[in-house]
Design a protein around this ligand. Sequence first.
Ligand code: SER
Length: 594
Amino acid sequence: MYTVKQIKDTFLNYFEKNGHKIIDGASIVPENDPTLLFINAGMAPMKKVFTGEEAPQAKRMCNIQNCIRTIDIDSIGDRHHLSSFYMLGSWSIGDYFKEGAISYAFELLTKGFSIPKEKLYVTVFSGDEKRKIPADTESIEFWKKVGIADSHIIRCGFEDNFWRIGGDHDAGPCGPCTEMFYDTGAKHGASLEESGIFDDKNRYIEIWNAGVFMEYYQDENGNYSKLNMKSVDTGSGLERMLMTLNGLESAYDTEIFLPIIEYLKNNCSSPIIESLRIIADHVRTSILILNAKVEPSNVKRGYVLRRLIRRAIRHMRTIGLSDDKIPELLDLTMQNMKNIDLEPKWNFSKQEIIEKFMAEFAKFSKTLEQGLKAFNEYVKDEKNIVNNKLDSKIAFKLFDTYGFPLEITKELAKEKNLIVDEKEFNELFEKHREISKTEGTFKSGLADTSEETIKLHTATHLLQAGLRHVLGNYVSQKGSNITPERLRFDFNFERKMTADELKAVEDFVNEAISKEIPVIREEMKLEDAKKTGAIGLFTDKYGDNVSVYTIGNISKELCSGPHVSNTKELGHFKILKEESSSSGIRRIKAVVEK
Ligand code: SER
């Protein structure tokens, strides 16, 4: 049996022997790369090296990089999909190209890992007319040259054999690739020779992307240009390699997961295989993400983490694992990482990681039971189901009220033979997120919702109206912070205000107060809010209801409140100070007095 350590050592030693420098893996949270949530390939932290913008540590390099890929989260629980994995990667930066990469890959697999060449199949890029990228005929020749039979070389199109960092709109270095597959034998289906079909889901398992031939650059409009330098990027999933080399049925049978799966089996009441795998996978990935200093939340990385933790918890319930076993399960997972020589550089103690996981557990476990009950009630009501589809508003409500990530609702629905429309859910999710963001922005930095703070909040709206009246309508809010003692308001204006101007603004506000004007809140569509001339941050992204506060014909602002109901509640408005905040931005501090 191969161990993780043997695979790592064989891989790194082989490339080191062939002149490659062993470099450190990066954190799974990308540095200075807002386009990427998590590092998803060994080359991701060095994109700029391929474009020539950054110098490489060496022309030939290799490493082991922890990667997170949650795009296939629905497939996790099958034989070999995982949400995190370690990538064995090697690179040539402007050094050897197709021939070198292919001969290294072949030699490492057949000699280093002793795989008979008859068990290997390779795919090569067959070209793409629309994008004007030619077929990779050279790689075919190099494969034949090292000894791969023509019948084991499969030509594939853009989707399979052109590697790029994301989709049509993600800019980055890219190129045709050639991948190596291992034949797991007749027990996993018909061979290519028998059926004419290359079954890469079951029988043939991809073990190495033996070369992305980085010679193109895709811009954000999906146009291609040639890079100045030709490079090679390779990557192999360690977990898959371990499973394949050991002839195992699944990645969960390897030393990476086996002790965890065994523990779960011994401590639960109904060991459903899929749930065991999902728990083992998600717990491991959650630990790695928590260790990378990400906290569970409803946005971006934090939301990926939240989904993993919550889905794991729901499956723990499914198999009947008692809550008091969870810390032990986490502890065991971390201990196992150490035992098999696959642990990250710890940023926290084990105890701290367990506490972070359990804090999210505590949040979710409160609503999980109620949510499950609510789900069962919802599906009893026919109006929530049309053509076997659960109303997306229900899926969203389960998220919003009970904290159910979509995967959980989808799984519950599946058990009842129902489907959930992911697209509609995501639309509702985005809309909700944008509204909260907008409301967050326009919460205007309220320190609390005491009576004094609320008065000052309404005064802030009047102040903004006054500034626009006196200085011009181009003036607008750039920041706001309100405590019970004072308001602080930042706005764009290029110079110090004169005493007269300040007096005029003060008078404007006090006049509005003396007129005893009601403050009216209305909910309306964003589109309609725009038409009313309300001020605030408008973006195209969000849809339905926003709230708008109107004070007579003086002020109309997109705002989530709260506000007083009539300006007469404010008392006397007084500006204390006007000063520079930063370049082109002025700051006013003001109070209201009885
Ligand atoms: N970047 C390539 C991949 O992810 C090779 O590592 O497959």
